[in-house]
Ligand binder design. Sequence first.
Ligand code: NAG
Ligand code: NAG
Ligand code: NAG
Length: 372
Amino acid sequence: MGLRLRAAVVALISTTLLSPTVQAVDLGSVLADQANLTTFRGLVKNMVESILKYHILKKAIDMPSIVKGDSIWAPTMLADRNFSTVTGGQHLILTKQPGGEVVLTSGFATRGTVVTEDLAFDDGLVQVIDSVMRVPETLDATARGAYTDLTAFVGALYAAGLYDEVAGWKDVTIFAPRNAAFQQLAGTFSRMDEADLRRVLRYHVVPGRVSHVWELRNASTLATADGSGDGTEVAVTRHTNFIYVNSAEIVQADVLIANGVIHLVDNVLNPRRPDARPDVELTTAQPPVFTPLGTATATGSDVPTPFATHLPCTGTLEENCQATSSQATGGPTGTSGGAASSNAGGALPRCTGLTGAGVGIGLAVGAVMAGL
Ligand SMILES: *[C@@H]1O[C@H](CO)[C@@H](O)[C@H](O)[C@H]1NC(C)=O
Ligand SMILES: *[C@@H]1O[C@H](CO)[C@@H](O)[C@H](O)[C@H]1NC(C)=O
Ligand SMILES: *[C@@H]1O[C@H](CO)[C@@H](O)[C@H](O)[C@H]1NC(C)=O
């Protein structure tokens, strides 16, 4: 099945847009001839296969059927546990803009726009897109490589010994406070014991459920991983275009990761204040729901970020990370521009996770198809 899919995808892309010489198979046979490269070949094979599977939707979706302003969660054929721990297969988000164009969201802040819609073939539809979609990665890799505003939260998970637990869950929704939210409470967190920190962090994670932003209904509640006290649920408030979790505003929605979705929020949630609700009339940011301790701290990229040093990447490892990063950015074949997208292949070190490092295997444009 893997082979048949691969052949079909490559053929379809070549006949529609690429020169017919683009063949993933050649890469495989070249590597197979190099005895010392067999491990690498295995990795590349797995990666190529997973990237292609991520471009094949389980069900055909014709673009005119999507309502303007709506988003759809589209499961793909990528269901290997190594790359996805989301029930039903890792997914893409399809959003129809008010202007009518359809934008796809994938991992690592990578987006693409459908440039040719609904090319029909025997078993489905091909949507030609202007960049290659990126398989969502772990929380750690996503924080380092694409959303550096997550480093305090992810560092805090490591500091509390919770990272493996949270990254290991299948299907999660995470409300992750951005770095500035931790910075303004630096004094409070430096005085917090580990048990409290664990409780606070667990209160940001909804296990067993992937809730995209459009599924967060006003006045609904979500059960968090903190089952230890009064604050076991968080509440959603919608007001005009704003969406809040307790009183924290969602400032960046639907960041896809290997095991679910992250929404970045502008305040740390407090399990002792489950009743916190936003003052929707406020024109400035909602105030913190913790008592700030110590001297007031500033926020911003020049200010030390609490917990960021707990990301497991130090000394010599750091150099290795740089190497990985430049490989990923440069790409083995120097793709011709099309694959460029906002933050993908960002300049920051990536220390762990090989998944996705091979984006740009020679595809300058992508296609999403369905129906095989
Ligand atoms: C493979 O690697 C080993 C050492 O790691 C080296 O001695 C050998 O010459 C290499 N073989 C080839 C064909 O490059
Ligand atoms: C998953 O990872 C394991 C160990 O890293 C590897 O042996 C296996 O082939 C991988 N499976 C897929 C489908 O990538
Ligand atoms: C949202 O829910 C709150 C109660 O939590 C209610 O006061 C408010 O009117 C609702 N807003 C909308 C737009 O329905």
